[in-house]
Design a protein around this ligand. Structure first.
Ligand SMILES: Nc1ncnc2c1ncn2[C@@H]1O[C@H](COP(=O)(O)OP(=O)(O)OP(=O)(O)O)[C@@H](O)[C@H]1O
Ligand SMILES: [Mg+2]
Length: 590
């Protein structure tokens, strides 16, 4: 018993003190839309420049997901028009399957609604919040609805939608059949207006977002028209259509008790059949192992939906001592080493790059994941500051979606800074010509917030990112030290050549021998010792010949498009032709 002190009694004022009943008169439920209206920063709407990138990110990821579902090459057009100070219009068109009339309202006007959250498949979207968040932001800053024109194989509908925030329900402001012939087959056009935004062409701007989206999605053609009307086409560089995402069952290694119980509630079959049927890599042999471990402690013939917390706990503990095959990579869709190499060569243009794909693994919840990473060094790798200094650059991706914000909180950044780069000949990581590319693919990405811009710490993913980059680091260090040795040898050769004449002169005086003979011998000794090193003049000549050859190749391949001018505006897009040549020269190294 706690004794009331005199002091506590004095602190209470009977005149103003409220009863629990009075306080609980304020108790009420809030809708998810109400929550995000107040906490829009959690959806990524946390700054004028960031707001526009967030809108384009939500629309483009949906378009890419939709194209993948129907297995077509995505053709996406995004456009931003300035209306007034901090006031913009945006557009996004895709060529996917369209949205059926009865679902248009919920897609744009209801939060936590979609076709992805409940499926264990690898898609860019997960939460059912993205596009309704866009509607909400537009509504909050302009009071206007979002406009949609969408064509399915059945019909073409034009609609204007807002959100009834207190009910989290759509308000269909207008809906009619659209007669305009806007699509070659099916697709969706989304148009909206927002305020409290600024279009900036910087590292976290819309242009950079789309540039990185193009790197990670080589199968897509993305066109962007900026506020000056400049048109940039990120052409398709990959030749394969991505296959429809496949469902992956949870893996026994990472699943927890609550997950297992939740899954079992739907199953009216025996526990043993449920485990085989609902989890990946659980076979009859593994059930036999479980049976021998748990003996009489668990009845495996009991109905799965009668499984208790204690039963599930025993199974999960036993799983820890059983060896399971790693998850299959079947449902995980990586970008692919060749695609990453091609895209980074064309867009970053480094001197050398190494791409590493790690084996599939599992993170908590039993979700399969895989990491692919690349390390670019030299050439145009890294960022250039306005003072012309070179800084390292980190490109983070989750399921091929660029993560441009919340860098410091992200598992990928933490893993990168956990590596001792000095060991890999990169003495000052922050100020080195390095571009790091990391893509984490999974059926479930543990994002740090609903804004989906950083991955929260998961030990298994952290390790995979770190090991992948360390692997790439080992390759780079080999390359850098070879290069350094070659440079040292070259300097030595130059010094010896510079001294050949005065030394021959001195030796001829000391020995009374012929200067010419001594000089010839001197040079022979030097040439034999350094026969593999070409002198600078030879090298320059060779490079010029190489460039001529490359340029003629490129000219014949070059398709002229309006894009080239725009790309040259962007720092790292310069010399994309040379990039391919460099990679060809270096291809043995990777
Ligand atoms: N362009 C589109 N074409 C076809 N369907 C779409 C399109 N955009 C959205 N959808 C549908 O609307 C649903 C809701 O989209 P929304 O962006 O709100 O959520 P999500 O993509 O499922 O998840 P997240 O919140 O992570 O983005 C999607 O699940 C998808 O079924
Ligand atoms: Mg989405």
């Amino acid at each position: 018993m706690i004794n009331k002190t005199e002091k506590e009694d004095k602190a209470k004022n009977p005149a103003t003190e409220k009863t629990a009943d009075e306080i609980f008169k304020e108790f009420r439920e809030i809708s998810i839309s109400e929550f995000f209206r107040k906490n829009r920063t959690q959806l990524g709407y946390s700054g004028k420049a960031r707001n526009l990138t967030t809108i384009i990110h939500e629309l483009v990821t949906n378009a890419l997901d939709a194209c993948e579902e129907c297995e077509i090459f995505p053709e996406i057009e995004a456009k931003i028009e300035r209306q007034d100070n901090e006031h913009y219009k945006f557009f996004c068109n895709d060529n996917a399957y369209g949205i059926p009339k009865e679902h248009i309202g919920d897609v744009f006007g209801k939060m936590l609604a979609g076709t992805k959250f409940h499926r264990n498949v690898q898609m860019r979207g997960q939460q059912g919040l993205g596009v309704s968040g866009v509607t909400m932001f537009c509504q909050m800053t302009t009071g206007k609805p979002i406009k949609v024109i969408t064509k399915t194989k059945v019909e073409c509908i034009e609609a204007k939608i807002m959100i009834d925030v207190s009910a989290n329900k759509p308000i269909i402001v207008e809906e009619k059949n659209c007669e305009l012939n806007l699509f070659t087959s099916t697709g969706t056009i989304i148009e909206g207006e927002c305020k409290e935004a600024i279009y900036i062409n910087n590292e976290s701007g819309v242009f950079e977002y789309l540039r990185r989206t193009a790197i990670a999605n080589p199968h897509a053609k993305i066109t962007f028209t900026d506020t000056d009307g400049k048109n940039t086409v990120f052409e398709r560089t990959g030749s394969e259509i991505l296959k429809k995402p496949k469902e992956i069952k949870p893996h026994p290694r990472g699943i927890n008790i609550d997950d297992l119980i939740r899954l079992s509630k739907r199953e009216n079959i025996s526990i043993s059949s449920f485990l085989i049927h609902s989890l990946s890599r659980v076979t009859q042999d593994k059930i036999n192992e479980l049976r021998s471990m748990l003996g009489n402690e668990l009845n495996f013939d009991k109905k799965a939906n009668e499984m208790t917390w204690q039963d599930a706990e025993k199974i999960i503990n036993a799983f820890k001592s059983i060896k399971f095959l790693a998850p299959s990579s079947e449902g995980l869709r990586t970008i692919g080493e060749e695609n990453i190499k091609r895209a980074l060569t064309a867009i970053v243009n480094p001197e050398i790059l190494f791409v590493i794909t790690r084996k599939p693994s599992v993170h908590s919840g039993g979700y399969a994941f895989q990491v692919e990473c690349a390390l670019c060094y030299g050439g145009n790798a890294g960022r250039r500051t306005s003072e012309g200094k070179v800084k390292s650059e980190i490109m983070r991706f989750a399921n091929s979606v660029p993560l441009l914000f919340d860098n410091g909180e992200c598992l990928i950044t933490k893993a990168i800074y956990d590596i001792e780069w000095k060991k890999y000949e990169i003495k000052d990581f922050d100020n080195s010509p390095v571009t790091i590319f990391v893509n984490v693919v999974s059926t479930y990405i543990p994002y740090a917030s609903a804004g989906k811009q950083s991955i929260s710490y998961e030990e298994e993913i952290f390790k995979e990112v770190k090991y992948g980059l360390m692997d790439a680091g080992r390759n780079i260090s080999g390359y850098i030290s070879k290069k350094k040795n070659a440079e040292t040898e070259k300097t030595r050769l130059k010094i010896l050549k510079d001294y050949a004449m005065p030394c021959s002169d001195a030796v001829s005086i000391l020995t009374a021998g012929s200067y010419d003979e001594i000089y010839v011998k001197f040079n022979k000794v030097i040439e034999t010792k350094y026969k593999d090193i070409k002198n600078e003049d030879e090298e320059k000549e060779e490079n010029t010949d190489m460039n001529k050859l490359n340029n003629s190749d490129n000219n014949s391949n070059n398709k002229s498009d309006s894009n080239s001018d725009n790309n040259s505006d962007n720092n790292s897009d310069n010399n994309s032709d040379n990039a391919y040549n460099n990679s060809n020269n270096n291809s043995n190294n990777s």
